[in-house]
Design a protein around this ligand. Structure first.
Ligand code: FAD
Length: 387
């Protein structure tokens, strides 16, 4: 039985490990955390909408259900020439390697003065503590920023920033203190959210207006300071709590591993997701250079699409066929953008764009998705396409 090592226990790595095991490979998943952090539902940790534990999918339990091996280790180098990866605890050999380590973060100077919802669960809990203490004090200013990676617009992540902003607005209104708070959104991009399509972009602008959220767009971030954000023109946005959603960039181990990288730091692959010039090596999810329509974005469902495509292609390669599948033509935007009391379904592909506002039910649909994602994986229930 050929041995596949999958690096990273996020959307991409988990889906790849499950699919490869189904094809009959010996699979070892290696990740630095013993749980998958389900980012789409983690947006409710800062507002107390979920218990932080429910955003964790335990990888040990998952591996027992799907019968692959799981090792907790931090990978420090990939040696494609020797078919080996090195971790802090040990080295691992493979016949096939799937790289699903996510991305690094494009962080401006002084980022330690901000908190992020793209990191660890502990950081999301810190955001909650800070918001709670501001509410207790009766007033404050909260600013949410979306970073860019000028070398690759697909690495920018607006969705969670919009969701957190609207959830904060709803929380403050529920507590009856919205008028005592200033809510701001900032980004170096002129039109963040535009890639979701014109309808969604217009909806965002209407929401900022109606909810009295101040926007600071098209201004480069010079640095973050304790108490605010300094823009390129040296103006300062005062902020008691700054939550920053950085764009993706190169994962730190890629450069020391001699992998073929784009200028933005993502691994170059073909449409079949095999690493360019690599030997039995595949890259998927946020680690890989994403190709597809101009409005493409690195998303969880795209990471899963890449995982299924790579697993299929590895199996075909092993069978000795060249019957490979590509992923690019299937890339589209799909998002349920939550605001705490409802959500907007947004879908954009090359032919059309749709937005449907779902009051109340939309919020519970997204919550149900989180529950279903976790429990269907832990109980080996076949995936419902689209979920
Ligand atoms: C707050 C938030 C909300 C989001 N909401 C949505 C949404 O609603 N819909 C959607 O489609 N997408 C959403 N996304 C995007 C989506 O979560 C990502 O695109 C997706 O997580 C990418 O999956 P991945 O497996 O490639 O990377 P990741 O999820 O980042 O997983 C990488 C894995 O590798 C592990 N790892 C990293 N470095 C090492 C190392 N050196 N050694 C070993 N292991 C390592 C990490 O612990 C992690 O398990 C959201 C993202 C965020 C941050």
């Amino acid at each position: 039985m050929k041995k596949v090592v999958v690096l990273g226990g996020g959307f991409a790595g988990v889906e790849a490990a499950i699919c490869l095991k189904k094809y009959g490979f010996g699979v070892t998943l290696i990740s630095d955390r013993d749980f998958m952090y389900i980012y789409p539902v983690s947006i409710w940790i800062p507002t107390g909408g979920i218990n932080p534990e429910s955003a964790r999918l335990p990888l040990g339990k998952l591996s027992a259900v799907h019968k692959f091996d799981f090792i907790t280790d931090e990978i420090v180098k990939i040696d494609g020439g020797a078919n080996t990866v090195s971790g802090k605890k040990s080295s691992y050999n493979y016949d096939y390697l799937v790289i699903a380590l996510g991305a690094g973060k494009a962080n401006p100077e002084g980022v330690e003065n901000t908190l992020s919802i793209c990191g660890t669960p502990a950081e999301s809990i810190k955001i909650k503590e800070k918001v709670d203490s501001l509410i207790k004090s009766g007033k404050g200013s909260i600013s949410i920023g979306i970073g860019g990676n000028p070398k690759d617009p697909s690495a920018m992540r607006g969705g969670p920033a919009f969701e957190l902003l609207f959830n904060f607005d709803y929380l403050l209104r529920k507590k009856g203190v919205r008028d005592d708070f200033e809510l701001n959104i900032f980004s170096p991009m002129e039109t963040p959210g535009k890639r979701l399509g014109d309808k969604a972009y217009n909806m965002l602008n209407e929401l900022y207006e109606n909810l009295k959220i101040k926007k600071y767009f098209g201004k480069k971030i010079k640095r973050f300071e304790n108490g605010g954000i300094i823009f390129e023109d040296d103006s300062k946005l005062e902020s008691d709590l700054t939550v920053f959603v950085p764009a993706g960039s190169m994962h730190k181990i890629f450069s020391v591993s001699g992998l073929p990288l784009t200028e933005a730091g993502f691994i170059k692959t073909g449409d079949d997701l095999a690493v360019e010039g690599g030997n039995n090596m595949y890259a998927i999810g946020d680690s890989a250079n994403l190709e597809g329509p101009s409005f493409k974005g690195k998303q969880g469902h795209v990471a899963e699409l890449m995982a299924r495509t790579a697993a299929y292609n590895i199996n075909e390669k092993e069978k000795g066929t060249r019957n490979y599948k590509g992923y690019k033509e299937h890339v589209h935007i799909l998002c349920i953008m939550d605001n705490g009391k409802g959500a907007t379904y947004i879908r954009r592909d090359s032919k059309s764009e749709k937005i449907i506002y779902l009051p109340v039910v939309g919020h519970w649909l997204k919550k149900f998705w989180g529950w279903y994602y976790k429990n269907s994986k832990l109980n080996n229930i076949p995936r419902i396409p689209g979920f």
